[in-house]
Design a protein around this ligand. Structure first.
Ligand code: FES
Length: 149
């Protein structure tokens, strides 16, 4: 879906800013928003570029730099941290050779931290693309990642 098609799905109301930004980012194969996207959104919603830029830089789910096709998000909130989720970053470094904030050379995966994924009951949790996984162990992590290769 190109930019015009994404915009046309939404009425030009400020309330739709987040939905439009998500739509544009999801439609980009590199999971990011371009400066041109931000300008188009500002014009479409009749708001300033700095307003759009402020929203994009406030929310960690948006990115202004190219990322992998799949974003791996490790929950970095208290319950998952207590269940040693931070070590998952080391496991992913071993599996994919990337650290937090980095992207694999084939542009397939980017690793990020995120806040609570709402699955504290099965901590530690991670999210890959739109899928959330719980009770993640070293072994299950390898098979989860394999699904996206
Ligand atoms: S603290 Fe990790 S899913 Fe809630």
């Amino acid at each position: 879906m190109n930019r015009s098609e994404v915009l046309e799905r939404f009425n030009p109301q400020k309330d739709n800013l987040l939905g439009i930004l998500h739509g544009l980012q999801n439609g980009n194969p590199n999971n990011y928003l371009t400066e041109s996207d931000l300008k188009a959104v500002a014009e479409y919603l009749n708001i300033t570029f700095s307003h759009v830029f402020g929203v994009v830089t406030y929310y960690t789910m948006f990115s202004l730099k190219q990322r992998g096709k799949y974003i791996i998000r490790i929950c970095n909130s208290p319950v998952c941290n207590m269940k040693r989720s931070l070590s998952l970053a080391d496991e992913i470094r071993d599996l994919l050779g990337i650290g937090v904030g980095e992207t694999t050379g084939d542009m397939l995966f980017t690793l990020e931290y995120t806040e609570c994924l709402g699955r504290c009951d099965v901590a530690p949790s991670i999210m890959v693309a739109e899928d959330v996984y719980g009770n993640v162990t070293r072994k299950s992590l390898a098979s989860i990642i394999k699904k996206y290769k």
